[in-house]
Design a protein around this ligand. Structure first.
Ligand code: ZN
Length: 86
């Protein structure tokens, strides 16, 4: 009887360890996927070119200053555009 209980305990521990390892693997895979998606989004933003509304210079979107639909190459041109509008 004792041997059966001992065996059941070992099986139970095995199942718990296996479940935990699977859970860790699943979480790691999820984190990897998230990191890849984030990297991809940054890459897309870096490759998308926008035009400064003041001087018409082309620059990557991640380096531009965005105000609604408009993009600016610098804070100075952003302020210049705001002053021109008001
Ligand atoms: Zn500009």
């Amino acid at each position: 009887m004792r041997a059966i209980l001992f065996l059941l305990l070992i099986v139970l521990i095995f199942l718990v360890v296996r479940f935990t390892l699977q859970r860790i693997r699943f979480i790691r895979a999820q984190q990897d996927a998230e990191a890849r998606a984030q990297e991809h989004a940054q890459k897309v933003a870096a490759e998308t070119m926008v035009i400064c509304q003041v001087c018409q210079v082309h620059l990557p979107q991640n380096e531009a200053i965005q105000d609604g639909d408009a993009f600016y190459c610098s804070e100075a041109h952003h302020q210049m555009a705001n002053k021109a509008q008001s």
